[in-house]
Design a protein around this ligand. Sequence first.
Ligand code: GDP
Length: 196
Amino acid sequence: MPLSFKRARFATSAFELSQLPPDQGREVAFAGRSNAGKSSAINCLVRQKNLCKTSKTPGRTQLINFFALDDERRLVDLPGYGFAKVSRRMRDHWDQVLTRFLLERQALQGLVVVVDIRRGISELDRALIDMTRDHLALHLLLTKSDKLSRAGVRRAIDVARKQLGDSAHTVSALSVTHRRGLEDLERICRDWLDFS
Ligand code: GDP
């Protein structure tokens, strides 16, 4: 049977680095502000409605969730950031855990940063992009593209490309509701996961 994103299954959750699964195989991680559309994008990619819980309470998902595609490949859902009601202590905890995960995880092949296309790159997104610049391949996913006209989507992609500068980072737009742009996201993830 050919490998497929549809086969994604919940594997494990981690609150601390000690709870991470063994650092082997290949992983692609998804990060973004709360409510950016990260869970919806992952569900769209794996063609499942509820693999990744979308929530009406931004910031509720405060675990690193691993979804296995097969024995060697995983998608990783990182906690959403930028939710004001998270305590200082919890913010510090996740700053530390995420920094180490993103900079030290050997299995991690690339990071998808999910951004609401109407909001563009925020300061927190920027901090994440800068932090990983020399360590990780990065794809900027502009979600909710159905909220803009086609010209608006093109403009937003251009602006984001300029903001990323001359890095090798890539940009694409996605509409989960119209299923537009899914093939671009899928191609990037397949490449990183060596998933043919
Ligand atoms: P997360 O907090 O980043 O995981 O965001 P969610 O995936 O829970 O999405 C936040 C809100 O945006 C939800 O109400 C989704 O239905 C909505 N949403 C996500 N993706 C899209 C999209 O492509 N188009 C539209 N119109 N709404 C979207």
